[in-house]
Ligand binder design. Structure first.
Ligand SMILES: Cc1ncc(COP(=O)(O)O)c(C=O)c1O
Length: 381
């Protein structure tokens, strides 16, 4: 990692573009070799510049978690988007507007009520809405179990004709329990469970007469540890683009794969307490303490020098809104004010890239020539 050559205001969200490009290329190559389409989840970056690079590398369409993301990425030229959160009637109008403007927007439901309401909405708009049904393959969050009778009930609730409606296009699952695993063997087993459960749901629908062309699976850990993806048509992954400390703790990336860090400035010292104070508090890092339950708890983030070299003796265990409190755990005789002078900079590697990114309005992107540029990102709904 190069330190930016000209001073920048801190706290700032730094993006190492070389690492990001390597993460994008590695994942795309893996998906190509497994014979599946790749549809990255853009909620991690919320950045048209990042998504453009994922599409140029071979991604086919993107996934989003909010209609704001769908709207922003459509405005930036992306025309094939999967909104991978179950939609509710209060959001139909927004989705309908985007579809009427020409976006190929695929929607998600996990209930017969949702399928019926979308079918009615499609008919009132004269649109046939493409929809996936959410499948629960690991008890992580939401969706219908692959063998549940409810699956066919939901399928029967779809209806469309020449006047519009909603059409079942396939099934989707997200094995988010992968974030709690630690070994390659356990991740490979969960990836197989995710694959098999989603394919099983698709086969039940096909046997009952629905063609079910789309079988969409994925999380970063399962995408990176799946050994085969027979029957799957597309994989989704988001955080792989930047990686973070949680992913390093799960064991699917190394620390030097992590492309995101927060640049901060030393604003004070407390020599008696062995503390440094910086201008990156929880507002700059987020409150996400995702490594707390992992083998190594990194507090609010891993402290590094301005070049990105870890300083393990500085523990980031406490934070106020705009103050980071770093505890020195090394040699008690160290002169902290000399080693980390007022105004010097540090980098903090985040626990959770999506959460830390959401605290900032732009990425400061390092260029190979040592310079940097700003890429905006959007937040909110
Ligand atoms: C539906 C869905 N698909 C894909 C992903 C991507 O997961 P990851 O960030 O682990 O790649 C998520 C993440 O929350 C998700 O909710």
């Amino acid at each position: 990692m190069h330190a930016p050559s000209t001073p920048i205001d801190t706290p700032a969200l730094l993006l190492d573009s070389a690492r990001m490009m390597r993460n994008i290329a590695d994942m795309q190559q893996r998906m190509d070799s497994l014979g599946v389409a790749f549809r990255p989840h853009a909620k991690t970056s919320k950045s048209p510049q990042v998504v453009q690079r994922q599409l140029e590398a071979g991604a086919r369409g993107i996934t989003v978690s909010t209609l704001k993301e769908a709207e922003q990425f459509f405005a930036a030229g992306v025309d094939d988007i999967l909104y991978a959160v179950a939609i509710v009637p209060s959001k139909f109008e927004h989705a309908g507007r985007l579809i009427q403007a020409g976006l190929r927007l695929t929607l998600l439901v996990e209930s017969a009520e949702g399928a019926r309401a979308l079918s009615d909405f499609g008919r009132t708009r004269g649109l046939v809405l493409p929809v996936l049904v959410e499948i629960d393959t690991d008890g992580h969050r939401s969706g219908i179990a692959p063998d549940s009778p409810m699956l066919l009930e939901v399928a029967r609730a779809f209806s469309h004709d020449a006047q519009g409606g909603a059409e079942l296009h396939g099934v989707l699952t997200h094995a988010g329990s992968s974030y709690g695993l630690r070994t390659d063997a356990a991740l490979a087993a969960l990836a197989e469970q995710e694959r098999a459960g989603c394919v099983r749901a698709a086969e039940r629908l096909r046997a009952a007469g629905w063609p079910c062309p789309v079988v969409s699976v994925g999380s970063t850990p399962t995408a990176l540890r799946a050994r085969a993806l027979d029957g799957v048509t597309e994989v989704r992954a988001g955080v792989y683009v930047f990686f973070d400390l949680v992913m390093a703790g799960v064991g699917v990336c190394a620390l030097d794969d992590i492309a995101l860090s927060v640049l901060c400035t030393v604003i004070g010292h407390q020599p008696e307490a062995g503390r440094l104070i910086t201008d990156a508090g929880w507002m700059a890092m987020s409150r996400d303490r995702g490594t707390q339950k992992q083998a190594h708890d990194h507090g609010y983030g891993l402290v590094c020098d301005a070049q990105g070299q870890a300083i393990p003796q500085l523990a980031f265990n406490d934070a106020n809104q705009e103050h980071g409190v770093l505890q020195w755990t090394g040699d008690p005789g160290t002169d902290l004010a000399r080693r980390f002078p007022l105004g010097s900079t540090l980098r903090i590697v985040p626990n959770h890239a999506c959460a830390t990114g959401a605290q900032h309005a732009a990425y400061t992107v390092s260029r190979p020539d040592g310079g940097h540029e700003s890429w905006p990102r959007f937040n909110g709904w």
